[in-house]
Design a protein around this ligand. Structure first.
Ligand code: SF4
Ligand code: SF4
Length: 147
């Protein structure tokens, strides 16, 4: 007699739990009925990036003093700064600057520590390519925001 009662009570408890789960599964979609759609028709529409989004770096050749702070502060020493010393003015002259965005961590260290603010993180996130070597941007590509 008692085992039957216990079994019946367990059955009742399980039924209640299942009903509660089913109820919860309806509550979640119902709670989103007033929300706006978050799906966008990419690539026809582009997502709006957040305020501090970090993506491709923009570089201004004329402002760079070839100090190489960006190289030393970079966790993987990524930027390539090629320069020569102009002896008559005792200054470095920048010859070539490049960053490989296929390897870059987009940490923003180089941008933060550059003394002349010639580096800037853009919101350009469309960096996909068929050839990873194309992600090695030289000063011309890295300077062109729409590249
Ligand atoms: S830290 Fe700035 S100024 Fe110095 S080499 Fe890098 S980009 Fe040029
Ligand atoms: S964003 Fe970070 S990983 Fe990329 S070049 Fe700058 S310091 Fe290096």
């Amino acid at each position: 007699m008692f085992p039957m009662v216990t079994e019946f009570m367990n059955y009742g408890k399980q039924t209640t739990r299942v009903a509660r789960y089913i109820g919860q599964s309806f509550i979640i979609p119902l709670s989103h009925t007033n929300c706006l759609s978050v799906t966008i028709q990419y690539p026809y529409e582009k997502s709006i990036t957040s305020e501090r989004f970090r993506s491709r770096i923009h570089f201004e050749f004329d402002k760079c003093i070839a100090c190489e702070v960006c190289v030393h502060i970079c966790p993987i020493n990524l930027p390539i700064v090629d320069w020569k010393l102009e002896k008559y003015i005792k200054k470095k002259q920048l010859l070539h600057y490049s960053i490989n965005f296929g390897v870059c961590l987009f940490c923003g260290n180089c941008v933060e520590f550059c003394p002349t603010n010639c580096l800037l993180m853009t919101e350009e996130y469309e960096l996909s390519t068929y050839d990873r070597h194309e992600l090695n941007y030289n000063q011309i590509s890295v300077t062109n925001v729409n590249n």
